[in-house]
Design a protein around this ligand. Structure first.
Ligand code: UFG
Length: 343
């Protein structure tokens, strides 16, 4: 019998890619999303890519425990992956209560429903943001978590703690937190990808929107950092690789292969890439020139962070494999798809 995974936030950027990879790996998927930060584009893309028009979809707010309970009543859920959260760092600084309320409430209501139902394997979508400005690079899962620099980051740390405490309570919940570095790129089909609302905060959507002419000029925030080319260093993890890490993680949980009831894995490539390198590679692989300029440093940016992914490599049997070139081609193909230019 096939195993069923509930994906909260499954209509969003990462959630929809995970939905595709899970289905392609033979899982049944139930998607829950309140569509507060997306439309149906990515879920429809997931349906097309998988040929599964019947992916069950619940338009619910996970902060409402009754709505989540209903899903557990209607499906036998083997694992749940929780993506349903707000994710804009800057917005979280200006609207902390919105972030604390939504991100904590939704996770607690999902956990409660799972516990009431006799337990579940729970995978939490965490972030490298929990490390803050780390003293040593690359960061391992043992690197200390530094005080969060934004309410968004604080909610990631708190949700990790909530999951760990819930696991410890012995009420049938097993937990895993995957700490993503910088998820980028789109599905090779160009049918799903990142759909930022308004002016993008993140680098890659800003790059693709500048290339297509939606934005006039990309500002590179800071070229005076003590890094090889003066710009910040990040670990850009392809979204399909990232999605595959979830498949491996879910398999480990469902198959009873966890070594501890609560585990944490870094999900990154292990390779630092500079912002300028991204721009140059994007130009090269897509054969275009990007309008960019160097601007001042962005408040709150850390100079460099990249993962030591060896624990995930060994324990999950997972490794990032898509090249940066292919990832940046896919990001551009997705932007073109959105513009209707390659149809
Ligand atoms: N950048 C630019 N110009 C832009 C946008 C970004 O130069 O227009 C630079 C940033 O200054 C930074 C790098 O590109 O050096 C990456 O910035 P992103 O905003 O794409 O990503 P961050 O590393 O700031 O943030 C990511 C996730 C957050 C997470 C954070 C810390 O988007 O969710 O990592 O882990 F909290």
């Amino acid at each position: 019998m096939s195993r069923k995974v509930l994906v909260t936030g499954g209509a969003g950027y990462i959630g929809s890619h995970v939905t595709v990879e899970l289905i392609q790996a033979g899982y049944d998927v139930v998607v829950a999303d309140n569509m507060s930060n997306c439309d149906m584009t990515c879920l429809e893309g997931a349906r097309k890519v998988t040929g599964r028009d019947d992916i069950p979809f619940y338009r619910i707010d996970c902060c409402n425990p009754d709505s989540v309970r209903k899903i557990f009543k209607e499906h036998r859920i083997d694992a749940l992956i929780h993506f349903a959260a707000f994710k804009a760092v800057g917005e979280s600084v200006n609207s902390p209560l919105k972030y604390y309320r939504n991100n904590l409430d939704s996770f607690m209501s999902v956990l409660s429903a799972a516990a009431e139902n006799g337990g579940c394997n729970v995978l939490f979508s965490s972030s490298a943001t929990v490390y803050g400005e780390a003293d040593k690079q690359p960061v391992t899962e043992q690197s200390p978590r530094k005080p969060a620099t934004s309410p968004y980051g604080a909610t990631k740390q708190m949700c990790e703690d909530i999951l760990q405490d819930t696991v410890k309570a012995g009420i049938g919940i097993k937990g895993m937190a995957l700490r993503y570095f910088n998820p980028v790129g789109a599905h090779p089909s160009a049918l799903l990808g990142e759909l930022p609302r308004g002016v993008p905060n993140n680098l890659i959507p800003y790059v693709t929107q500048t290339a297509i002419g939606k934005r006039e000029c990309l500002s590179i925030f800071g070229n005076d950092y003590p890094t090889p080319d003066g710009t910040c260093l990040r670990d850009f993890i392809d979204v399909v690789d990232l999605a595959k890490a979830h498949v491996a993680a879910v398999g480990r949980m469902i198959d009873g292969k966890m070594k501890e009831d609560y585990e944490i894995f870094n999900i990154g490539t292990g390779r630092p890439v500079s912002v300028l390198e991204i721009v140059k590679t994007f130009e090269k692989v897509n054969g275009l020139k990007l309008n960019y300029r160097f601007a001042g440093r962005r408040a709150g940016d850390i100079m460099a962070i990249w993962a030591d992914p060896s624990l995930a490599n060994e324990e999950l049997g997972w490794k990032a494999s898509r090249s940066l070139e292919d990832t940046l081609k896919s990001a551009w193909a997705w932007e073109l798809h959105l513009a209707g230019k390659n149809e």
